[in-house]
Design a protein around this ligand. Sequence first.
Ligand code: NAD
Length: 357
Amino acid sequence: AKAHKTILVTGGAGFIGSAVCRLLVSRPNTNVVNVDKLTYAGNLNSLKSVENSSNYTHAKVDICDTHSISRLLRLHKVDAVMHLAAESHVDRSIDGPETFVQTNVVGTFHLLQATLEYWRGLPVAQQQAFRFHHISTDEVFGDLPFERGSFTEEAAYAPSSPYSASKAASDHFVRAWHETYGLPVVLSNCSNNYGPYHFPEKLIPLVILNALDGKELPIYGKGENVRDWLHVEDHARALEAVVMRGVVGESYNIGGNAERTNLQVVETICSQLDQRRPKREGKYADKIVFVGNRPGHDRRYAIDCSKIERELGWVAQETFESGLLRTIDWYLDNDWWWKPIREAKYAGERLGAATAS
Ligand code: NAD
């Protein structure tokens, strides 16, 4: 086997992709090629800590640009692709589904084609060691009743939103490129992530930053919807385990064993903020307001991640409460990162109601 591994990460300037890049760049004998076209969600500020490392490089390329992707695969002699580039925000997929089809479905197709052509040209030993890792979501499994069950890797696909439908489609394409063409793929489906460098329109950073600004904390419906939460750095370590040690053709569910209602999430943030800033008048939770529900809003997602724990020896290191407190402290310490995004947002866009993913 080669002493060095070169991993091409798509979407490496996004929330999870940047955590993956920061983790992999810190590993010995690992090179990272970040392919990210820098949509509104891509932010090179999230990569400040690695941008000058000799084993890191960024190419501003769209995954639909097969020609540029082929060139990068050959130029860097890539050993694995970790595919995270996507349109990822459910509310945006309801307002404008087309870019979701374009990037998540058509983009994944083009990336698969470029990768397959490159892979076919490799010597056999490198072909066998090669991996295409597709990063997906538990939302492909659709809605779960409040009271029972959780999704295993065998659960049927039943996506509800344009976002989850596009991710489900991309999962199927990736499996088909394995079954039909023999491309060595691995897949993973993860629950909701939270942590540092999370775009401020998503539930947890939105609530933290609105609370600090003394603004209202809007929650969809009655806040009863249940999501499972995983710290983004735990997810990055799980993804590393899957790409390095996962079995070809298999998929792995990744979760935090931390199911919370949206209301519980917001209340925990408020009480942790109360602890951090005890001298304020009133409680942060006084600002919670309930707004109309989101269409197609799944009640509950819950993931059974015993397979990755058993087979790849991964376990989450953070509990929801410990990871959330670290996240709050990160937002308190890093306004240089989120202030410019918040200011641009409020200049031009309405505020979405807080919901998980
Ligand atoms: P994100 O929106 O923060 O980042 C997506 C990144 O992809 C951005 O940097 C963007 O510039 C880039 N990108 C978008 N379209 C592109 C294109 N056509 N070509 C090249 N780059 C492009 O998303 P995220 O939250 O980090 O999610 C990453 C992946 O993980 C997604 O595939 C998502 O479906 C999946 N996922 C996310 C979560 C979550 O809780 N955030 C949970 C499970 C799975």
